[in-house]
Design a protein around this ligand. Sequence first.
Ligand code: GRF
Length: 186
Amino acid sequence: LRLAVLVSGSGTNLQALLDADAPPFEVVVVGADRDGTGGVERAGARGIPTFVCRVPDFDTREDWDAALARLLAEHGPDLVVSAGFMKVLGPEVLDTLRVVNTHPALLPSFPGAHGVRDALAHGVRVTGCTCHWVDAGVDTGPIIDQRAVRVEDDDDVVSLHERIKVQERAMLVEVLSRLAADRSWR
Ligand code: GRF
């Protein structure tokens, strides 16, 4: 299964895909919405093609979305994985490519850019992560899988997010392996 991975941050979810043992998928390109991401660095270290596609470089959001769609399509991915990608994808991408996202909370609870912080602030005792199909909304598409993570009394956003990421990385490899084995979603 040919994967295009979109990142905005450190890229530890991407790293889990790169480190998977004989996976039924391969990362063919990594794209970011900003310069200096760990994700692009990690891909570059493996000789994987990368690109940066920044919203401010385009006159309109639609132009950015169209450029992103073209950059992704160039590499013929079967599936796009949004792993910590912090932009909402538009119709140019979503009408042509299937996209899976991973979110560090148990959707539909705590969607958006601060899922870990919001869950902690709400005082939940259990949170976790969600893998879902991306639709036009923010963290709203059909859920594929979820993992639960207990919140510890001494947790702060960083410690809780790190523990969620352990589950998130395992969940992502497992989900993508399942999607590679059964391609009825295509
Ligand atoms: C992940 O927890 C992702 O769900 C969230 O941001 C984090 C990205 O981490 N949106 P990384 O860049 O994969 O290390």
